[in-house]
Design a protein. Structure first.
Length: 338
């Protein structure tokens, strides 16, 4: 049952980041859900313009794929930059709320949020400062520790292999500092492969993180408003919950709620709220963890615009709390308009 009166909502989806395909899948699902609730919904791709009914039909027949778009393909979409006239477009200017279904790049790093703030347009999710902090893994991990959220040790690249091995041990995770969906991420087990992994990550960002690898269970907690959702566990077919496992049916098993002790569940939910507040997030987010063999949890990151595809985690966590997808989308809009 709808919880809001009909609103003019523009769903921003697609864009030109490495997570473009995921964003299109998220945006399509959000568009359909909000339309079903009676809202007047426009789907807008910053890289391609307003999406027609035929465009949306084509998206329904496609899937995310097992790999992100190539860098060459993204350069052809504007090189990751937002179009100059985006904020002046009537689909943005006249919207009562913009639902941000963008992932990565300028859609998630605070850029679009700052532009919408200056234009006086309400939007879903966190503000520009919080978005920038959460996207920058180096800064977010520093803030996590200051707030009592445990996170694995890390260094910023480049670093000598000997220092990495001495400070962090092996294996380590090498990843772009401001990317998502494990784009450009590698596990390095031998220091002789470190430089190659760092070079690969630098293709996607101007900063690269080298992080101690935490072996253990992959866990996640969605936060909606100021409430932690049921803890979920992801069991990927690979060692890392990578792009293919996240967006290919059958490549991972997700369990909501996770099979954990009550004390472990409480700790993870408490840590997720600490992380959410440490970064000054608002609206909703997803906080990811690793739980090691000793029962210690380590926060990996907070995602300010988490995936909303049919395989995504925050909708599964909400469903475990009795919140269907349409209601979830309406709640997110409600949090945006106050």
């Amino acid at each position: 049952m709808p919880i809001l009166p009909p609103l003019r909502i523009t769903v921003l989806m697609g864009g030109a980041s490495a997570e473009r395909d995921v964003s299109l899948a998220s945006g399509l699902r959000i568009t359909e859900a909000l339309s079903a609730c009676g809202h007047h919904v426009t789907a807008l791709d910053p890289a391609a313009g307003v999406l027609s009914a035929d465009d949306l039909d084509r998206l329904r027949c496609s899937n995310v794929g097992t790999e992100p778009p190539s860098l060459d393909a993204l350069r052809g979409l504007g090189g990751g930059q937002l179009r100059d006239d985006l904020i002046a477009m009537p689909e943005i200017r006249d919207a009562e709320v913009v639902f941000l279904a963008l992932h990565g790049g300028q859609g998630e790093d605070g850029t679009i949020q700052a532009l919408l703030d200056m234009a006086g347009v309400r939007y879903t999710g966190s503000g520009h400062l919080a978005s920038a902090l959460a996207m920058d893994k180096d800064l977010s991990k520093t803030l996590f520790r200051a707030a009592g959220v445990q996170t694995a040790d890390w260094l910023m690249a480049p670093q000598p292999g000997a220092l990495v091995e001495q400070s962090l041990g092996l294996p380590v995770v090498v990843k772009p500092s401001k990317q998502g969906s494990t784009v450009g991420l590698s596990i390095v087990r031998d220091v002789m492969h470190l430089d190659a992994a760092v070079a690969e990550a630098f293709k996607y960002d101007d900063e690269v993180m080298i992080e101690r690898f935490v072996a253990g269970r992959e866990l996640t907690v969605g936060v909606i408003g100021d409430e932690a959702m049921p803890v979920g566990e992801i069991k990927p077919l690979k060692e890392i919950y990578d792009y293919e496992c996240k967006y290919t049916a059958g490549m991972a098993v997700e369990e909501f709620p996770a099979n954990l002790s009550q004390s472990a569940t409480n700790k993870l939910r408490e840590q997720s709220l600490r992380a959410f507040r440490a970064l000054k997030l608002r609206g909703y987010a997803r906080v990811d963890f690793r739980l090691d063999a000793r029962g210690e949890c380590f926060c990996l990151e907070a995602n300010t615009l988490p995936g909303m595809t049919a395989l995504s985690l925050i909708p599964q966590g909400a469903a475990a709390a009795g919140i269907g997808f349409e209601e979830l989308c309406e709640r997110i809009v409600q949090l945006a308009i106050g």
